[in-house]
Ligand binder design. Sequence first.
Ligand code: SF4
Ligand code: SF4
Length: 207
Amino acid sequence: MSNFWFYEGLRKGKKTEKFPLEEPAEKLLRPSLMTGEGETGCPTEAISDGKWDAGKCIFCRRCEPEFTPTGNQSIYSISGKEKLFRKSLYLYRLDSGSCGACNVELGTIFDPQYDANRLNIFMTNTPRHADAIVIMGIMTEGMKEALDMAYEAMPEPKLIISLGACAISGGILGNSPLERGKYNVEIAGCPPSPYTILEALAKSRGD
Ligand code: SF4
Ligand code: SF4
């Protein structure tokens, strides 16, 4: 079986996208920046006073056509870049109550198409070796202590990254792990696209 994949790789050639790109090779409309105007009965109150909040949007399309996606996947915010991590950034993932999709998309950035390793971005299975904790999902009772313990175990300096609407704002259920503004990096989407994740991680260390 392994021979099959080896020959497939030779036949198809290099699959990894260039990074950064002016336009991602895979142009996704959702999740991406939404523009429009008007009140639309958004289930997560992502639209308020005519303004769209990426961190609350679950991309359910209920507001369309008043609001439409632009294809701009740069829907993340960063407060406090950490240049120390330019040589290597080790991520520890903590699922505090996700549906699983954010977790899958985070894993995708290490696939051949995105290849986060070439940007010196890696995963670690222990918070003691982590530079950043990536939190995804709402805050479930059973994971509160695990989150505190993981955060305490990480060495300084450290980044707190929220992945997806649930972690940023509670999404459709409410109850996010941390309040808005307490994360160093907020990566929007439900789930966020791999390109958005990769770009946000690269920018969080000053690239
Ligand atoms: S796509 Fe859904 S969640 Fe997002 S702004 Fe529109 S109605 Fe709200
Ligand atoms: S943000 Fe969306 S994809 Fe991510 S855990 Fe919540 S419901 Fe699932």
